[in-house]
Design a protein around this ligand. Structure first.
Ligand code: NDP
Ligand code: 8X3
Length: 264
C-alpha cells in the first residue's frame, strides 16, 4: 500500500510508551504519522529511526490550545489530510488518598487528561468531519471503571474519557467519523515513573510478580480498532494483564500499597 493511502494519524503523547509504539505500528501500516509531545529529543529519535520515514515530529503541549492550533495549521501538505486521531497523551501524579492530595497534581492530571484531550479533539474533529471519514481512538484506563486506593483523581479523569468517547459517538453520528475507547490495565511504560516523580525503584516494584501489558499489546489493539471495516465501530475495549485483578495489584498478593499518607 502506498504510504499516504490511509491518510494521516495524529498521535498525542508519542514520545514514549503507548504513543511511541502506536506511531511505529501505524507508520508500518501505511499511515503518515504526526507524532506530538513535548520532548523534542525523543520525537526526533522516533522519526529518525522510523524505517518508512513517515513520522513527523511535532513539539506541542496538549494543554496549550493556541500552540497546538499553530502546530496543526503549520503541518506540511502531506500531513494535513488527517484521518485518525489517537488521544493518548496523559499522566498520573501521586498515589496517596484524596484527603492528602496536592492541588498541583490534581490540576496537572485534569489539565492534561481532560482539557488536553478536549483541546486536541476540538482542533482535529472539524478536519475529520470535513473529510467525511475518520476515526478517533481515546486511551482510557481500567482505573476509570475499577477503583483502587490512590487512584482517585487519575481514575476520575479517565472516567471522563470513557464517557466523552460515548458522547463523541453520538455527536458525530452521520459524519463518517468513528470513535473508540481503549482502556488498558497495568502496562510497563514511563507511566509509573512519572506517577512516582522519577522514582524508578518504586515504579518497578509496582510490576513485581506479574507480567504487565506491553506498549505493543496496546498499539496492536488500537490498530485492530482502526482496521475494522467502516460499518463497524468498536466502542470500548478493556485489556489487562492476565494476573491483574480489578485494580492495582495481582492475584494472590495484597494490593499495591498507596504509600505514605502524605504522598499524593
Ligand atoms: P508514558 O509516560 O510512557 O507516556 C505518556 C505520553 O504522554 C508521553 O509521550 C508524554 O510526552 C505525553 N504527554 C504527557 N503530558 C503531555 C502534554 N502536556 N502534552 C503533550 N504530551 C504529553 O505513559 P503511557 O504510554 O503508559 O501513557 C499513555 C496513556 O495511556 C496515558 O493517557 C495514560 O493515562 C494511559 N494509560 C496508561 C497505562 C499504564 O499502565 N501504562 C494503563 C492505562 C492507560 P512528553 O512528556 O514528551 O510530553
Ligand atoms: C493506568 C492503569 O491500573 O495503573 O491507567 O491505573 S492502572
Amino acid at each position: 500500500m502506498a504510504q499516504d493511502e490511509r491518510g494521516v494519524a495524529v498521535i498525542s503523547g508519542a514520545s514514549s510508551g503507548f504513543g511511541e509504539r502506536i506511531a511505529q505500528v501505524l507508520s508500518e501500516q501505511g499511515y503518515l504519522v504526526v507524532a506530538l509531545a513535548r520532548r523534542a529529543d525523543r520525537l526526533k529519535v522516533l522519526a529518525e529511526q522510523d524505517p518508512t520515514g513517515s513520522i513527523l515530529p511535532v513539539v506541542a503541549d496538549v494543554r496549550d490550545r493556541e500552540g497546538l492550533a499553530r502546530a496543526l495549521d503549520e503541518l506540511p501538505p502531506p500531513f494535513r489530510d488527517i484521518s485518525v486521531l489517537v488521544n493518548n497523551a496523559g499522566l498520573s501524579r501521586g498515589f496517596g488518598p484524596l484527603q492528602s492530595g496536592s492541588d498541583d497534581a490534581w490540576r496537572e492530571m485534569i489539565d492534561t487528561n481532560i482539557t488536553g484531550l478536549l483541546n486536541v479533539s476540538g482542533l482535529v474533529l472539524p478536519r475529520l468531519i470535513a473529510r467525511g471519514a475518520g476515526h478517533v481512538v481515546n486511551i482510557g484506563s481500567i482505573a476509570a471503571t475499577y477503583p483502587y486506593m490512590g487512584g482517585n483523581v487519575y481514575g476520575a479523569t479517565k472516567a471522563f474519557v470513557h464517557q466523552l468517547s460515548l458522547n463523541m459517538r453520538v455527536d458525530l453520528e452521520g459524519t463518517g467519523v468513528r470513535v473508540s475507547c481503549v482502556a488498558p490495565g497495568m502496562a510497563r511504560t514511563e507511566f509509573a515513573k512519572v506517577r512516582f516523580d522519577g522514582d524508578e525503584e518504586r515504579a518497578d516494584a509496582l510490576y513485581a510478580g506479574l507480567e504487565p501489558l506491553s506498549a505493543d499489546d496496546v498499539a496492536e489493539t488500537v490498530a485492530w480498532c482502526l482496521a475494522r471495516p467502516p460499518h463497524v465501530n468498536i466502542n470500548m475495549i478493556e485489556l489487562m494483564p492476565s494476573e491483574q485483578h480489578f485494580g492495582l495489584g495481582f492475584a494472590g498478593s495484597p494490593p499495591a500499597s498507596p504509600g505514605a499518607a502524605d504522598d499524593a
